[in-house]
Design a protein around this ligand. Structure first.
Ligand SMILES: Nc1ncnc2c1ncn2[C@@H]1O[C@H](COP(=O)(O)OP(=O)(O)OP(=O)(O)O)[C@@H](O)[C@H]1O
Ligand SMILES: [Mg+2]
Length: 315
């Protein structure tokens, strides 16, 4: 039982936003999808629920426990979403309705997905979900409106909502980015616990290597629309194969223990998808660039249980 994305491509007209995305996650496994802003992480996450904006075209293969997601339509698709795969969106405020109490919103999600009990049973179920997301004073908090809640609590409500239909997989898009470090730690702990208890495969999207280190068992690194490296967390941190992964680790102050301004940040920016350089998309920023990297796109190669898309990986 697993979630598998292969040869994923997402385009807006002529422009490829995601060129070649790969990702996999087993039931109960914790996977991180990491990369800088604009690398295509959110689009990859949204594509698993077929929730991409209308203007985008998608190709490739997405399989969840044997179901071909891109072929799902109508009622089948509606039930697949949230029941098989649920998502916690990048901006928790945008996924909550400001005019409804958070309890009503979770209740609505339950009804939409076929909850049949009485009013009291429904309320009980909502409280149970809030407790599962470790929301203190759950009985009281169900009556709060989103703007009454702190960022950390809103994120917990979004998690409670995602758990409503007991999904097999959860995709959490930057669930801790807006939160301070202690709250961030607690949310990651909660996601870890839930993933284990409910045998739920969890894909955490982040730009922060320290979050990856704390949370994941396996890691996929994305750059400019490509999955450029994947492997177990231990291997990735012990010996990153791709110079980009190496740069991400080296520029994380929490990992290196060095103050931020003294860190060797990766120079330059992720290219705009409409303006990707020829050859390897990372070559203009790469400290190990050679002539061939400017001309040709390196293929993704397998090295034992890892993959890397680089002509000169570190091994
Ligand atoms: N609907 C759209 N139409 C056109 N371009 C889009 C659309 N949505 C996203 N993009 C572009 O696709 C690229 C990838 O976007 P995506 O949101 O997946 O990045 P990301 O890795 O999640 O970044 P961040 O860390 O900032 O959230 C970006 O260059 C973005 O501007
Ligand atoms: Mg994003």
């Amino acid at each position: 039982m697993s979630l598998n994305i292969s040869s994923l491509s997402i385009s807006a007209g002529e422009v490829k936003l995601v060129v070649d995305g790969e990702l996999s996650c087993e039931r109960g496994e914790r996977v991180a999808l990491v990369g800088e802003s604009g690398s295509g992480k959110s689009l990859t996450g949204l594509s698993v629920l077929k929730l991409l904006p209308e203007n985008l075209n998608i190709e490739g293969k997405i399989e969840v426990d044997g179901t071909e997601v891109l072929k799902l339509e109508g009622e089948e698709l509606r039930r697949f979403r949230w029941e098989k795969v649920a998502m916690v969106f990048q901006d928790p405020s945008s996924s909550l309705n400001p005019l409804m109490t958070v309890g009503e919103q979770v209740a609505e999600a339950l009804i939409y997905h076929g909850f049949k009990g009485s009013k009291e049973e429904l309320k009980e179920k909502v409280v149970e979900l809030f407790k599962m997301a470790q929301i203190p004073e759950a009985e009281k908090r169900i009556n709060a409106y989103p703007h009454h809640l702190s960022g950390g609590l809103k994120q917990r409500v979004a998690i409670a909502m995602a758990l409503a239909c007991s999904p097999n997989y959860l995709i959490a898009d930057e669930p801790t980015t807006a939160l301070d470090v202690t709250v961030q730690k607690r949310i990651l702990e909660l996601l870890k616990e839930l993933s284990k208890k409910r045998k739920m495969g969890t894909v955490l999207i982040t730009h922060d290597m320290a979050v990856v280190e704390e949370f994941a068992e396996r890691v996929f690194v994305m750059y400019s629309g490509f999955t450029v490296e994947s492997g177990s967390k231990e291997e990735i941190f012990r010996k990153p194969l791709h110079p980009y992964t190496e740069g991400l680790i080296a520029s994380s102050p929490k990992l290196t223990g060095i103050a931020k301004r003294r860190l060797p940040a990766i120079p330059g920016n992720v290219p705009e998808p409409s303006n990707r350089p020829e050859g390897c998309p990372f070559h203009p920023r790469c400290p190990k660039v050679k002539e061939v990297c400017r001309r040709e796109l390196p293929p993704a190669v397998k090295i034992e249980n890892r993959t890397v898309r680089c002509f000169f990986p570190n091994y």
